[in-house]
Design a protein around this ligand. Structure first.
Ligand code: SF4
Length: 403
């Protein structure tokens, strides 16, 4: 968000803040704001060079609706079946006062297995607005951290993380506060079979949990009135600060019983911090937009978009994208941006590795020309030489295969 200006005082800072929020609302149009969740933030952090995604996410634009209007909807996100299976499993773990989770959590935190104190489960005002819920979570976290002997379960706390100058609201499944520190518990419905789970799913859960840990580090620093450490591997010993290992609760061998594993997210935390810090600040992106740009779909009374697709495509085009094949599984606009990259013959469609290898070569045609020994002006001699060498090896291999 625009910082408070030292000249002109707080009133000028607030005015600019309002202008900033108004401009983001104009970009979104009449559609309700889509809030960034930890899953979206983890994906955003995976492609920090994409100004298009950063701006659309900051404005809370429904990217899936935009992609549909552009004629390239992406089958992106969790299936309704997976969502309902996840919700059911989580509800099962939390019923009867978290009965299914108490045993594994007691074991983890060194609490007596039976007869010990029951956990405190405060009301976190889940029906209130995100801002109120954030304040309630902070208040409860501070109180729970001060009572070192007690243990407290925060069911769906609300956290705020500043991303690219704007607030993102995050809602972990569960937080355990004990001994003055807190631990993130991530509940997932993928099974752990014979002690092993799908590494891709565990990796995605770890990246998501790392976003929560980052938000909790920021919260603990704010509560203590000190700056959050800039060192991603530093552990700040502050009341309520999070452990860098999270607990992953999954079904054990396709049953409804949970198994709880400890996952160290320090690496994911360092990556997320680095990537989010590199995100272009949203006010810079707003300043670069042509006047009047909006991503409003102009829906009619039935909710159907009326904005011409070409006009919407032109608006999307005003913000630079950084396509890579990973986008297909991480962003709702993946098919649209891939089509654009293909139409432009951009080398980005071949992946980040190839993009890096090709240096100043920007299109597939330029790469083919360089491979044929006719590199254009400005093409690095080294990249052109390697391409020509690879083309010669390929030709030799094909000739050998034909004989
Ligand atoms: S699909 Fe497009 S908007 Fe989304 S991250 Fe990739 S390049 Fe950016």
């Amino acid at each position: 968000m625009f910082g408070e200006l030292s000249v002109g005082g707080a009133r000028l800072g607030r005015t600019m803040n309002v202008l900033y929020l108004e401009r983001l609302a104009e970009l979104r149009g009449a559609a309700p704001q889509r809030s960034l969740d930890a899953r979206a933030l983890a994906a955003l952090a995976a492609n920090p060079g994409c100004r298009r995604r950063a701006l659309l996410d900051a404005a809370g634009v429904d990217k899936a609706a935009v992609a549909s209007r552009l004629g390239r909807p992406a089958p992106f996100g969790q299936s309704p079946f997976a969502i309902s299976r996840g919700n059911l499993f989580e509800a099962r773990l939390k019923e009867d006062g978290f009965a299914a989770l108490l045993g594994p959590l007691r074991a983890r935190f060194g609490l007596p297995p039976e007869g010990g104190p029951a956990p405190v489960v405060p009301d976190l005002l889940r029906r209130a607005t995100p801002a109120v819920r954030v304040e309630r979570t902070r208040e409860v976290l501070a109180r729970a951290a001060a009572e070192e002997q007690a243990w407290t379960l925060l069911d769906h706390p609300m956290l705020r993380l500043t991303v690219a100058g704007g607030p993102a609201y995050l809602e972990p499944d569960l937080l355990v506060v004990h001994g003055g520190r807190c631990t993130v518990v991530e509940i997932k419905s993928f099974p752990v079979l014979d002690g092993a789970a799908d590494p891709a799913k565990v990796g995605a859960a770890a990246r998501q949990a790392a976003v929560y840990v980052l938000a909790l580090q920021q919260t603990a620093a704010e509560l203590a009135g000190v700056p959050a450490s800039a060192d991603p591997y530093a552990v700040q010993e502050l009341p309520g600060s999070p452990e860098s290992s999270v607990l992953l609760a999954c079904p054990k061998d396709f049953s409804n019983r949970p198994t709880v594993s400890v996952v160290d997210v320090r690496r994911e935390l360092a990556t997320t911090r680095r990537q989010l810090a590199r995100l272009t600040r949203v006010e810079e992106l707003l300043a670069a937009l042509p006047p009047g740009t909006t991503f409003d779909l102009a829906v009619d009374d039935s909710g159907a978009p009326t904005r011409p697709a070409e006009e919407l495509a032109a608006a999307v085009e005003t913000v630079e994208a950084a396509y890579s094949p990973d986008c297909i599984s991480a962003c709702e606009l993946g098919f649209h941006c891939r089509e654009q990259a293909r139409c432009a013959g951009a080398v980005e469609q071949l992946g980040r590795g190839v993009r890096g290898e090709l240096g100043a070569i920007g299109t597939v045609d330029e790469a083919l020309a360089a491979a044929a020994g006719a590199a254009g002006e400005g093409v690095e001699a080294d990249a052109a030489r390697r391409l020509a060498y690879a083309a010669a090896l390929r030709a030799e291999a094909l000739t050998g295969a034909a004989e």
